[in-house]
Design a protein around this ligand. Structure first.
Ligand SMILES: O=C(O)CCC(=O)C(=O)O
Ligand SMILES: [Fe+2]
Length: 388
Protein backbone atom coordinates (compact mmCIF):
# COMPACT_ATOMS: atom_id res chain seq x y z
CA UNK A 1 0.00 0.00 0.00
CA UNK A 2 1.63 3.24 -1.11
CA UNK A 3 0.96 6.45 0.76
CA UNK A 4 -0.73 9.32 -1.02
CA UNK A 5 2.37 11.40 -0.73
CA UNK A 6 4.56 8.66 -2.13
CA UNK A 7 2.09 8.07 -4.90
CA UNK A 8 2.35 11.72 -5.88
CA UNK A 9 6.03 10.90 -6.47
CA UNK A 10 5.07 7.70 -8.26
CA UNK A 11 5.55 9.29 -11.66
CA UNK A 12 7.15 8.54 -15.04
CA UNK A 13 9.04 11.82 -15.19
CA UNK A 14 10.16 14.30 -12.57
CA UNK A 15 7.69 17.16 -12.05
CA UNK A 16 9.21 20.56 -12.77
CA UNK A 17 9.01 21.73 -9.16
CA UNK A 18 11.40 18.92 -8.13
CA UNK A 19 14.12 19.70 -10.66
CA UNK A 20 17.13 21.43 -9.15
CA UNK A 21 19.12 24.01 -11.12
CA UNK A 22 22.26 22.62 -12.82
CA UNK A 23 24.62 24.04 -10.19
CA UNK A 24 22.97 22.23 -7.26
CA UNK A 25 21.62 19.04 -8.87
CA UNK A 26 23.72 15.83 -8.52
CA UNK A 27 24.31 15.52 -12.27
CA UNK A 28 26.42 12.42 -12.70
CA UNK A 29 25.00 9.34 -11.08
CA UNK A 30 28.20 7.55 -10.19
CA UNK A 31 30.60 9.11 -7.73
CA UNK A 32 33.74 7.56 -6.24
CA UNK A 33 33.12 5.39 -3.19
CA UNK A 34 35.03 5.64 0.05
CA UNK A 35 37.74 3.04 0.41
CA UNK A 36 38.30 1.25 3.67
CA UNK A 37 41.59 1.07 5.53
CA UNK A 38 42.27 -1.58 8.14
CA UNK A 39 41.44 -1.94 11.19
CA UNK A 40 40.76 -0.66 14.67
CA UNK A 41 39.32 -3.23 16.98
CA UNK A 42 36.63 -1.68 19.14
CA UNK A 43 36.53 -4.82 21.20
CA UNK A 44 39.94 -3.91 22.49
CA UNK A 45 38.76 -0.56 23.83
CA UNK A 46 39.08 -1.89 27.36
CA UNK A 47 41.92 -2.17 29.86
CA UNK A 48 45.37 -1.14 28.75
CA UNK A 49 44.68 -1.38 25.03
CA UNK A 50 42.00 1.29 25.35
CA UNK A 51 44.52 4.12 25.04
CA UNK A 52 45.79 2.61 21.86
CA UNK A 53 42.32 2.35 20.39
CA UNK A 54 41.48 5.92 21.36
CA UNK A 55 44.60 7.10 19.66
CA UNK A 56 43.69 5.23 16.51
CA UNK A 57 40.20 6.70 16.61
CA UNK A 58 41.51 10.25 17.11
CA UNK A 59 44.00 9.86 14.34
CA UNK A 60 41.43 8.50 11.92
CA UNK A 61 39.02 11.25 12.95
CA UNK A 62 41.58 13.99 12.38
CA UNK A 63 43.20 12.65 9.24
CA UNK A 64 40.22 11.03 7.58
CA UNK A 65 37.39 11.75 9.95
CA UNK A 66 35.67 8.53 9.15
CA UNK A 67 35.71 5.04 10.63
CA UNK A 68 33.76 1.87 10.23
CA UNK A 69 33.09 -0.74 12.79
CA UNK A 70 32.00 -4.15 11.71
CA UNK A 71 30.64 -5.57 14.88
CA UNK A 72 33.94 -5.86 16.57
CA UNK A 73 36.19 -3.99 14.26
CA UNK A 74 36.68 -0.34 13.51
CA UNK A 75 37.95 0.43 10.02
CA UNK A 76 39.11 3.90 9.26
CA UNK A 77 37.88 5.25 5.95
CA UNK A 78 39.04 8.14 3.85
CA UNK A 79 36.49 10.88 4.23
CA UNK A 80 35.86 13.82 6.48
CA UNK A 81 34.64 13.51 10.01
CA UNK A 82 32.38 10.55 9.74
CA UNK A 83 32.63 7.39 11.66
CA UNK A 84 30.99 4.39 10.10
CA UNK A 85 29.84 1.73 12.50
CA UNK A 86 29.03 -1.54 10.91
CA UNK A 87 27.28 -4.19 12.79
CA UNK A 88 26.13 -6.96 10.50
CA UNK A 89 27.80 -9.95 11.95
CA UNK A 90 26.04 -12.68 10.06
CA UNK A 91 26.25 -10.81 6.78
CA UNK A 92 29.98 -10.92 6.80
CA UNK A 93 30.70 -14.16 8.46
CA UNK A 94 33.50 -14.93 6.07
CA UNK A 95 35.24 -11.66 6.70
CA UNK A 96 34.63 -12.09 10.36
CA UNK A 97 36.22 -15.53 10.40
CA UNK A 98 39.33 -14.11 8.81
CA UNK A 99 39.42 -11.16 11.16
CA UNK A 100 38.87 -13.35 14.15
CA UNK A 101 41.05 -16.24 13.17
CA UNK A 102 43.52 -15.73 15.99
CA UNK A 103 40.76 -15.55 18.47
CA UNK A 104 38.99 -18.59 17.07
CA UNK A 105 42.14 -20.65 16.82
CA UNK A 106 42.68 -20.39 20.51
CA UNK A 107 39.16 -21.21 21.53
CA UNK A 108 37.48 -24.53 21.86
CA UNK A 109 33.89 -23.39 21.31
CA UNK A 110 32.23 -23.33 17.93
CA UNK A 111 32.23 -20.18 15.85
CA UNK A 112 28.52 -19.85 16.58
CA UNK A 113 29.35 -19.50 20.29
CA UNK A 114 31.99 -16.94 19.55
CA UNK A 115 29.55 -14.87 17.59
CA UNK A 116 27.19 -14.74 20.52
CA UNK A 117 30.06 -14.03 22.86
CA UNK A 118 31.52 -11.30 20.71
CA UNK A 119 28.15 -9.80 20.11
CA UNK A 120 27.30 -9.59 23.76
CA UNK A 121 30.65 -8.56 25.04
CA UNK A 122 32.22 -6.36 22.47
CA UNK A 123 29.74 -5.54 19.77
CA UNK A 124 28.35 -2.02 19.64
CA UNK A 125 25.30 -3.45 21.32
CA UNK A 126 22.42 -2.59 19.03
CA UNK A 127 20.79 -5.93 18.20
CA UNK A 128 20.44 -6.57 14.50
CA UNK A 129 16.79 -7.59 14.91
CA UNK A 130 16.04 -4.21 16.49
CA UNK A 131 17.65 -2.44 13.56
CA UNK A 132 15.52 -4.48 11.15
CA UNK A 133 12.34 -3.90 13.17
CA UNK A 134 12.97 -0.17 13.46
CA UNK A 135 13.50 0.17 9.73
CA UNK A 136 10.31 -1.80 9.10
CA UNK A 137 8.28 0.33 11.50
CA UNK A 138 9.36 3.54 9.76
CA UNK A 139 8.74 2.02 6.32
CA UNK A 140 5.26 1.03 7.47
CA UNK A 141 4.69 4.49 8.87
CA UNK A 142 5.71 6.21 5.65
CA UNK A 143 3.44 3.87 3.74
CA UNK A 144 0.36 4.74 5.79
CA UNK A 145 -2.33 6.78 4.06
CA UNK A 146 -1.66 10.51 4.25
CA UNK A 147 -4.45 11.12 6.78
CA UNK A 148 -2.64 8.99 9.36
CA UNK A 149 0.48 11.14 9.10
CA UNK A 150 -1.05 14.55 9.50
CA UNK A 151 1.26 16.90 11.34
CA UNK A 152 -0.40 18.50 14.37
CA UNK A 153 2.54 20.03 16.25
CA UNK A 154 0.41 21.05 19.27
CA UNK A 155 -0.85 17.51 19.67
CA UNK A 156 1.79 15.15 18.34
CA UNK A 157 5.14 14.27 19.82
CA UNK A 158 6.35 13.77 16.24
CA UNK A 159 6.55 16.01 13.22
CA UNK A 160 5.79 14.77 9.75
CA UNK A 161 6.66 16.63 6.56
CA UNK A 162 5.70 15.47 3.10
CA UNK A 163 7.60 16.21 -0.07
CA UNK A 164 5.15 18.96 -1.02
CA UNK A 165 6.04 20.99 2.05
CA UNK A 166 9.78 20.69 1.64
CA UNK A 167 11.20 23.22 -0.67
CA UNK A 168 14.48 24.94 -1.08
CA UNK A 169 14.29 28.14 -3.09
CA UNK A 170 11.09 26.79 -4.52
CA UNK A 171 12.44 23.33 -5.44
CA UNK A 172 10.99 20.34 -3.62
CA UNK A 173 13.03 17.58 -2.07
CA UNK A 174 12.34 13.99 -3.08
CA UNK A 175 11.58 12.79 0.41
CA UNK A 176 9.19 12.47 3.30
CA UNK A 177 10.46 13.00 6.82
CA UNK A 178 9.40 12.39 10.39
CA UNK A 179 11.16 13.97 13.36
CA UNK A 180 10.75 12.53 16.83
CA UNK A 181 12.13 14.34 19.89
CA UNK A 182 13.10 11.49 22.18
CA UNK A 183 13.35 13.10 25.56
CA UNK A 184 11.97 12.80 28.14
CA UNK A 185 11.39 9.39 26.68
CA UNK A 186 9.06 7.95 29.26
CA UNK A 187 6.71 10.90 29.45
CA UNK A 188 5.70 13.25 26.65
CA UNK A 189 7.39 11.48 23.81
CA UNK A 190 6.01 8.03 24.49
CA UNK A 191 2.52 9.34 25.21
CA UNK A 192 2.47 11.24 21.95
CA UNK A 193 3.74 8.45 19.69
CA UNK A 194 1.93 7.78 16.41
CA UNK A 195 -0.86 5.24 17.01
CA UNK A 196 0.06 3.36 13.85
CA UNK A 197 1.95 1.22 12.97
CA UNK A 198 1.05 -1.08 15.85
CA UNK A 199 4.48 -1.79 17.26
CA UNK A 200 5.83 1.72 16.73
CA UNK A 201 5.99 2.64 20.41
CA UNK A 202 7.63 -0.53 21.66
CA UNK A 203 10.21 -0.70 18.89
CA UNK A 204 11.12 2.95 18.62
CA UNK A 205 11.51 3.30 22.39
CA UNK A 206 13.91 0.33 22.45
CA UNK A 207 15.82 1.73 19.49
CA UNK A 208 16.12 5.16 21.08
CA UNK A 209 17.49 3.61 24.28
CA UNK A 210 20.03 1.47 22.45
CA UNK A 211 21.17 4.40 20.36
CA UNK A 212 21.60 6.48 23.49
CA UNK A 213 23.96 3.89 24.94
CA UNK A 214 25.90 3.62 21.71
CA UNK A 215 26.20 7.40 21.32
CA UNK A 216 27.48 7.87 24.84
CA UNK A 217 30.03 5.16 24.32
CA UNK A 218 31.30 6.74 21.12
CA UNK A 219 31.32 10.20 22.69
CA UNK A 220 33.35 8.91 25.58
CA UNK A 221 36.00 7.58 23.18
CA UNK A 222 36.03 10.84 21.24
CA UNK A 223 36.25 12.76 24.51
CA UNK A 224 39.30 10.84 25.62
CA UNK A 225 40.77 11.20 22.16
CA UNK A 226 40.50 14.97 22.42
CA UNK A 227 42.20 14.87 25.81
CA UNK A 228 39.12 16.09 27.67
CA UNK A 229 38.15 14.78 31.07
CA UNK A 230 35.75 11.83 31.15
CA UNK A 231 32.09 12.80 30.92
CA UNK A 232 32.91 16.10 29.21
CA UNK A 233 30.07 15.65 26.72
CA UNK A 234 27.48 14.73 29.35
CA UNK A 235 25.83 18.13 29.36
CA UNK A 236 26.18 18.76 25.67
CA UNK A 237 24.48 15.50 24.75
CA UNK A 238 21.26 15.75 26.71
CA UNK A 239 18.74 16.01 23.92
CA UNK A 240 18.19 13.18 21.48
CA UNK A 241 16.22 13.68 18.29
CA UNK A 242 15.35 10.97 15.81
CA UNK A 243 14.75 11.93 12.21
CA UNK A 244 13.68 9.35 9.64
CA UNK A 245 13.75 9.98 5.89
CA UNK A 246 11.90 8.14 3.15
CA UNK A 247 13.12 8.64 -0.42
CA UNK A 248 10.85 7.04 -3.03
CA UNK A 249 12.41 5.80 -6.29
CA UNK A 250 12.91 8.68 -8.69
CA UNK A 251 12.73 8.57 -12.51
CA UNK A 252 15.68 10.95 -12.89
CA UNK A 253 18.04 11.05 -9.89
CA UNK A 254 20.44 13.31 -11.77
CA UNK A 255 18.08 16.27 -11.41
CA UNK A 256 16.66 15.72 -7.91
CA UNK A 257 17.89 15.67 -4.31
CA UNK A 258 16.60 13.75 -1.32
CA UNK A 259 18.37 16.12 1.02
CA UNK A 260 20.34 19.28 0.31
CA UNK A 261 24.01 19.61 1.19
CA UNK A 262 24.26 20.38 4.89
CA UNK A 263 26.19 19.81 8.09
CA UNK A 264 24.27 18.39 11.00
CA UNK A 265 23.35 20.79 13.80
CA UNK A 266 24.14 18.11 16.39
CA UNK A 267 27.06 17.09 18.53
CA UNK A 268 27.13 13.79 16.69
CA UNK A 269 24.64 12.03 14.47
CA UNK A 270 24.36 8.27 14.22
CA UNK A 271 22.83 7.44 10.89
CA UNK A 272 21.33 4.12 9.95
CA UNK A 273 21.83 4.34 6.23
CA UNK A 274 19.82 1.22 5.45
CA UNK A 275 20.50 -1.22 2.63
CA UNK A 276 20.27 1.27 -0.21
CA UNK A 277 23.09 3.73 -0.85
CA UNK A 278 22.32 7.43 -1.22
CA UNK A 279 24.52 9.27 1.29
CA UNK A 280 27.29 11.39 -0.22
CA UNK A 281 30.00 13.35 1.57
CA UNK A 282 31.85 16.37 0.16
CA UNK A 283 35.56 15.69 0.46
CA UNK A 284 38.49 17.47 -1.20
CA UNK A 285 36.25 19.28 -3.65
CA UNK A 286 34.19 16.31 -4.79
CA UNK A 287 31.23 14.22 -3.70
CA UNK A 288 32.00 10.70 -2.58
CA UNK A 289 29.47 7.98 -1.89
CA UNK A 290 29.19 6.14 1.40
CA UNK A 291 28.27 2.60 0.48
CA UNK A 292 25.28 1.33 2.43
CA UNK A 293 25.93 -1.85 4.38
CA UNK A 294 23.20 -3.81 6.09
CA UNK A 295 22.78 -2.79 9.71
CA UNK A 296 25.56 -0.28 9.46
CA UNK A 297 25.71 3.04 11.26
CA UNK A 298 27.48 6.13 10.01
CA UNK A 299 28.52 8.49 12.78
CA UNK A 300 28.71 12.08 11.64
CA UNK A 301 30.53 14.81 13.51
CA UNK A 302 28.02 17.65 13.89
CA UNK A 303 28.48 21.42 14.12
CA UNK A 304 28.53 21.40 17.93
CA UNK A 305 31.41 18.93 18.13
CA UNK A 306 33.31 21.02 15.62
CA UNK A 307 32.85 24.04 17.89
CA UNK A 308 33.66 22.27 21.15
CA UNK A 309 36.74 20.63 19.65
CA UNK A 310 37.78 24.05 18.30
CA UNK A 311 37.83 22.52 14.84
CA UNK A 312 40.09 19.61 15.76
CA UNK A 313 37.19 17.61 14.40
CA UNK A 314 35.33 18.99 11.45
CA UNK A 315 31.70 18.59 10.64
CA UNK A 316 31.24 16.88 7.28
CA UNK A 317 29.07 18.32 4.55
CA UNK A 318 26.77 15.67 3.21
CA UNK A 319 23.61 15.22 1.15
CA UNK A 320 21.24 12.45 0.06
CA UNK A 321 20.68 11.54 -3.57
CA UNK A 322 17.85 9.45 -4.96
CA UNK A 323 17.91 6.36 -7.18
CA UNK A 324 15.66 5.09 -9.97
CA UNK A 325 14.76 1.65 -8.70
CA UNK A 326 14.48 1.38 -4.93
CA UNK A 327 12.87 3.32 -2.14
CA UNK A 328 15.34 4.20 0.59
CA UNK A 329 14.75 4.76 4.29
CA UNK A 330 17.41 6.30 6.52
CA UNK A 331 17.12 6.90 10.26
CA UNK A 332 19.31 9.49 11.93
CA UNK A 333 19.75 9.92 15.67
CA UNK A 334 20.95 13.41 16.49
CA UNK A 335 22.62 13.90 19.85
CA UNK A 336 22.26 17.57 20.78
CA UNK A 337 22.93 19.91 23.68
CA UNK A 338 19.93 21.15 25.63
CA UNK A 339 18.59 24.47 24.38
CA UNK A 340 20.13 26.49 27.23
CA UNK A 341 23.58 24.99 26.85
CA UNK A 342 26.32 27.43 25.91
CA UNK A 343 28.35 25.86 23.12
CA UNK A 344 31.96 27.01 22.97
CA UNK A 345 35.44 25.60 22.40
CA UNK A 346 36.58 23.47 25.35
CA UNK A 347 38.92 25.55 27.55
CA UNK A 348 41.48 22.76 27.52
CA UNK A 349 41.76 22.95 23.76
CA UNK A 350 42.32 26.69 23.65
CA UNK A 351 45.62 28.46 24.31
CA UNK A 352 47.84 31.16 22.79
CA UNK A 353 48.74 28.92 19.90
CA UNK A 354 45.20 27.71 19.43
CA UNK A 355 42.90 30.68 19.99
CA UNK A 356 39.15 29.99 20.05
CA UNK A 357 37.76 29.80 16.55
CA UNK A 358 34.15 30.29 17.67
CA UNK A 359 32.40 32.63 20.06
CA UNK A 360 30.15 31.08 22.72
CA UNK A 361 26.58 30.64 21.56
CA UNK A 362 23.46 29.40 23.29
CA UNK A 363 22.34 26.28 21.50
CA UNK A 364 18.84 27.67 21.18
CA UNK A 365 20.23 30.70 19.34
CA UNK A 366 22.07 28.40 16.97
CA UNK A 367 18.90 26.39 16.42
CA UNK A 368 16.83 29.51 15.90
CA UNK A 369 19.15 31.25 13.49
CA UNK A 370 19.97 28.16 11.44
CA UNK A 371 16.42 26.74 11.59
CA UNK A 372 18.26 23.60 12.54
CA UNK A 373 15.21 21.33 12.70
CA UNK A 374 13.69 22.34 9.38
CA UNK A 375 10.19 23.74 8.94
CA UNK A 376 9.10 22.56 12.41
CA UNK A 377 12.06 24.09 14.24
CA UNK A 378 9.95 26.27 16.54
CA UNK A 379 7.52 23.49 17.44
CA UNK A 380 10.36 21.04 18.08
CA UNK A 381 12.12 23.62 20.22
CA UNK A 382 9.00 23.92 22.29
CA UNK A 383 8.68 20.16 22.61
CA UNK A 384 12.27 19.73 23.81
CA UNK A 385 12.38 22.82 25.98
CA UNK A 386 12.92 22.31 29.67
CA UNK A 387 9.76 24.27 30.45
CA UNK A 388 7.56 21.35 29.49
O1 LIG B 1 19.54 9.93 4.28
C1 LIG B 1 20.74 10.12 4.44
O2 LIG B 1 21.61 9.32 4.07
C2 LIG B 1 21.22 11.38 5.10
C3 LIG B 1 20.31 11.85 6.19
C4 LIG B 1 20.83 13.08 6.85
O3 LIG B 1 21.85 13.60 6.52
C5 LIG B 1 20.06 13.69 7.95
O4 LIG B 1 18.96 13.20 8.28
O5 LIG B 1 20.57 14.69 8.52
FE1 LIG C 1 22.55 15.07 7.95
Amino acid sequence: MASQVSSCLDVQSVPESYIFPPETRPGKLTVPLCKTNPVIDLGKAVGQARTDIIQQISEACQRFGFFQVHNILFYSITSTCLINLFCSFENSLKELMVSCKDFCLHQTNSLEDHIVLWKQVINHGVPECLIIDTTKVFNDLFNLPAEDKVNVPEKNGWFYTDSMKFSSNGVHLWRENIKVPCQPLEEECVQLCPEKPNRYREIVVSYVKELRKLSLRILELICEGLGLEGGYFEESSEVQLLTANYYPPCPDPSTTLGLLRHCDPSLITILLEGDVSGLQVFKDGEWIGVKALSNAFVVIVGNQLEIISNQKLKSAEHRAVTNPSEARTSIATLINPSLDFVVEPAKLLVNDLNPPLYRPILYKEFVHSSRAFGPDTEAIKYRISSEL
